[in-house]
Design a protein around this ligand. Sequence first.
Ligand code: ADP
Ligand code: ADP
Ligand code: ZN
Length: 219
Amino acid sequence: MFKSVVIFIGPPGVGKGTQASLLADAFSIPKFATGDLLREALKNNTPLGIEAKTYMDSGKLVPDQLVLDLIKGKIAKIPNGIGFILDGFPRTLHQAEGLDVILSSLCHNVGLAIEFSMDEEERIVRLTGRRLCPNCQRTYHILFAPPKKDSLCDYCSVELVQRADDNEDVIRKRSVIYWETTKPLLEYYRQKNILMKVDASSSIENVFSRIKQIFSELN
Ligand code: ADP
Ligand code: ADP
Ligand code: ZN
């Protein structure tokens, strides 16, 4: 059984969501991506979604307390001792400390933080070509991971969409926020001796193999 809590940290477009989905399937573990959860809240017009929208559209981080409450609700439903992946959370030091408090109340702790790293211009190519299934949230890429048929999701046959925040202007803003606000988290996890760095610039399959190898050495 997979018992670790694993965190994915890296700038937008580096491939966190893609790998989180592959690993969740391969190891039969839950994964939570705060971006996906916020987009779902927005789609359902919940008060949280409505409040988050202006931040997301402009590429700013949603206030810490909103994401902490959101993630707390998800983690609380997981049976004790079962591991899971957090993709895109925490993104600030305050969120990381909040996560530690939530986990310790459940006798859990973060076992591994993976830093995804790659060159900025290549990330922009990934993000501008990214497409999303609005139904199941699966991610595609027009060149690197195209759907089997036209622009339809392989699983739902629903027309793929482009995220409103995947335009070059907002992408650059999100990247700046990553370097200024999220990158300091790496030091937080390095000091706990649980930080691993992965070269995210190679193919989806290569990155997947590397992370599977790291996972197999856990627990
Ligand atoms: P993140 O969650 O870090 O923002 P995604 O997983 O959504 O990144 O990936 C961004 C885009 O790049 C998507 O369109 C995805 O299909 C594509 N992608 C992900 N990993 C790779 C890779 N290793 N090589 C090429 N394209 C990739
Ligand atoms: P990416 O795939 O490009 O890394 P995400 O889908 O993770 O982007 O996030 C999209 C947007 O959702 C962010 O720009 C931000 O507005 C909001 N968001 C997601 N996760 C968090 C978080 N942990 N804290 C604050 N805002 C978040
Ligand atoms: Zn789908």
